[in-house]
Design a protein around this ligand. Structure first.
Ligand code: BGC
Length: 386
């Protein structure tokens, strides 16, 4: 039901962005240090994901797969790239892995090169979901299927499958955490909250924001939860490129205008860990009241350290090894002319129709369960978190 309501809102937002046209300019060209070269690193921490390598080894047949990742600046994409490279290689594929430094033009040209170099399949985590339409017409014309990886590619009929985590559920879990931690159903309140979501060109950000706001909106409407800055709508609380620095600057300004007089900030809804990091940095430098609840997502190493130190209340663990395993299964199915296992055929319409999707499950993480989730599963080594 709520998903449907959110779906309607999303469609409206999509129509609005279509009407407004979609820019294809560089988002932060030159500001990040990501390599545009072919990657050969392997991931020392991966390897626990369940897969039958011997069976899959027959499937790849040396076929070249282009894997396009958005940036090396945010921790998770390095893990995603490493996992994809390792698992595709184990399954018998050749891999052309490229990172685009959050530069849309670079991502487009890397994909063009992958097509020119004869790749037979593209796996793409887009920087801006709306900016790949033209290059993907080339892919479609060349008969190259495309798997949208983690982020949906919008308004392109070239997308065959989508593999991601349940993005709406991520937001729901964040919203429910704040609701329960502040005991919004029973406590008198009012409580103060501020909101930080991700890049407005990332379709996921709308799902994270929508999932959380569907939980929290009723309390905002009743006045129990107050956004003192008044900054609440998606575009206002979006953070370009999910940048920690941008989030930090906005939080600094919010503290100066709203919480400098001793007003207590009770919670900050952050859609992911990079924004949570920026918010925590701003709080450390200029907020003196009782420490708020901060949410996050990804279980980045810096943020797990903050969970342990009491500077972030929760995160969401998305096991990128599982996402890679699911994506390789899709690749195998496509290469064999079969159908990949999917578990969602209604949530993700990219503007050309519903894209068959596999949703991996996001898992709540906090100081009490991080060891089991992250260390025992081999995702991190204990020393990574020291
Ligand atoms: C991913 C998140 C990530 C964010 C910034 C989103 O598309 O789903 O896991 O935190 O991008 O990299």
């Amino acid at each position: 039901m709520k998903r449907k309501l959110f779906g309607v809102l999303l469609t409206l937002a999509l129509s609005a962005s279509l009407l407004a046209g979609c820019g294809t300019a560089t988002k932060d060209a030159g500001t990040s240090a990501g390599s545009a070269g072919m990657e050969t690193d392997t991931n020392e921490t991966a390897g626990e994901a369940v897969r039958d390598t011997s069976e899959e080894a027959a499937n790849g047949n040396g076929v070249l797969v282009g894997v396009s990742m958005p940036t090396k600046d945010l921790q998770r994409w390095n893990q995603d790239g490493d996992n994809m490279q390792e698992q595709l290689t184990d399954a018998g594929y050749k891999v052309d892995l490229q990172y685009a430094s959050n530069d849309i033009a670079a991502q487009v040209s890397q994909i063009e090169n992958m097509i020119a170099n004869g790749c037979k399949l593209l796996v793409i985590a887009s920087i801006d979901g709306d900016s790949l339409g033209t290059v993907l017409i080339q892919a479609k014309d060349a008969g190259i299927p495309v798997i949208a990886y983690d982020r949906l590619i919008m308004n392109s009929a070239a997308v065959t499958y989508y593999a991601t985590f349940d993005n709406y559920m991520v937001g729901t879990k964040q919203g429910e955490y704040i609701r329960d931690a502040l005991d919004l159903d029973n406590a008198a309140g009012p409580f103060h909250i501020e909101i930080f979501t991700g890049d407005s060109g990332d379709n996921n950000a709308k799902f994270f924001y929508g999932g959380a706001m569907d939980v929290l909106n009723p309390y905002m409407e009743s006045g129990k939860l107050v956004v003192k800055s008044g900054q609440k709508d998606f575009e206002t609380v979006a953070t370009a490129n999910w940048s920690s620095e941008t989030a930090q600057n906005r939080m600094d300004a919010i503290i100066a205008s709203n919480y400098g007089d001793g007003t207590v900030l009770n919670a900050v809804l952050c859609s992911n860990d990079s924004t949570a990091l920026g918010v925590a940095n701003a709080l450390a430098s200029s907020y003196t009241g009782a420490y708020p609840i901060i949410t996050g997502q990804d279980c980045d190493i810096a943020n797990v350290k903050n969970l342990i130190a009491g500077k972030q209340a929760m995160s969401i663990f998305k096991d990128t090894r599982d996402l890679a395993t699911r994506t390789v299964k899709m690749a195998d199915a496509i290469m064999q002319g079969g159908e990949a296992p999917i578990n969602d055929t209604e949530s993700y319409d990219n503007g050309t129709g519903i894209i068959p999707t596999y949703l991996c499950e996001p898992v709540f993480a906090d100081v009490n369960n991080y060891k089991k989730l992250l260390i025992d599963s081999g995702y991190y080594k204990e020393t990574d978190l020291q």
